[in-house]
Design a protein around this ligand. Structure first.
Ligand SMILES: C[S@@+](CC[C@H](N)C(=O)[O-])C[C@H]1O[C@@H](n2cnc3c(N)ncnc32)[C@H](O)[C@@H]1O
Length: 270
């Protein structure tokens, strides 16, 4: 069920976001939902992790394991799936969401699917230009991921998902990308849904001022324990208390240039 009074707002790049009046919070940047997602999570997260692993550390990369705090509309997860497919990378993705959105959202939300290649060109600084040019079935792919059932942690369907998750935990190559959506509370369920050895963390909680408990030293420490060495956590905020909390648990934290309309964001390496 949707949280009460959810609204759909246009953003500056032509895609939309969701707005929760009760919290006065949007799910993405009002400066551009798709551009933010591509820039913060794909470019400064997945792509930079990939380049670091391949070019700096000289290691082969056939796949990656990603954890997301706050599945929401699935925008980040969907862009990750498109990116990985084009790069020939296998993905093991686990995302957690406390308040799954109602299915009707799928028919009312438009992430500017016609112009995904344009968005990419606007944010990527000519790196991997042309990656999204084929423009095929973007909407259908996002809808499929959005429609995919959540694994309800307290419900009967949890076993299947958690069994497969064990493969991710043990670093097994599953031969196919796997996307798992868990319905749960990250504060309570983190260890049940975040496999060990995660390479990239998308930390996409609502703003630190609104939900400080999701940006605490205690929670970041639990996340840190489950990441692989060389793994990276990316988030849209550049909040200085968040930065100090990440440093306190042992991350090497960078304040890097932000997506369109935002000066900075944070990136934290283990
Ligand atoms: C900024 S939005 C995330 C947007 C999302 N990544 C997307 O691409 O649409 C924050 C999300 O965190 C979820 N959330 C809030 N508290 C949570 C909690 N304790 N555990 C898990 N998810 C939570 C919200 O319901 C919301 O979907």
């Amino acid at each position: 069920m949707n949280p009460p009074n959810i609204e759909i707002l246009p953003t500056k790049d032509g895609s939309v976001t969701l707005y929760l009046p009760s919290m006065d919070e949007t799910y993405h940047s009002r400066h551009g939902a798709v551009c933010e997602s591509m820039y913060v999570y794909l470019l400064r997260g997945v792509v930079d992790w990939y380049l670091d692993r391949r070019e700096v550390s000289g290691l082969g990369v056939s796949g990656l394991r990603v954890f997301e705090m706050g599945f929401g509309t699935g925008l980040n997860a969907w862009l990750l799936s498109e990116f990985a497919e084009r790069m020939g990378l296998l993905v093991g993705y686990c995302g957690i969401e406390k308040f799954p959105l109602g299915k009707e959202i799928r028919d009312t939300v438009d992430f500017g699917f016609e112009d995904i290649c344009g968005h990419w060109k606007r944010v990527n600084g000519s790196l991997m230009d042309g990656l999204f040019d084929d423009n095929r079935f973007f909407k259908e792919h996002w809808q499929r991921l959005f429609d995919q059932d959540y694994i309800v942690l307290d419900g009967g369907s949890a076993d299947v998902g958690l069994m497969d998750l064990k493969k991710l935990n043990e670093g097994e190559d599953c031969g196919n990308s796997m996307f798992y959506k868990f319905e749960g509370d990250v504060l309570r369920d983190l260890e049940r849904v975040m496999p060990l050895g995660i390479d990239v963390v998308f930390w996409d909680a609502f703003a630190p001022k609104k939900q400080p408990e999701l940006w605490s030293v205690e929670l970041f420490d639990r996340v840190f324990q489950r990441m692989g060495v060389g793994g990276v956590l990316v988030t849209y905020t550049a909040n200085s208390q968040v930065r100090r909390n990440l440093v306190a648990v042992g991350f090497r934290v960078e304040r890097v240039a932000g997506p369109p309309g935002k000066k900075h964001m944070l990136r934290a390496w283990k």
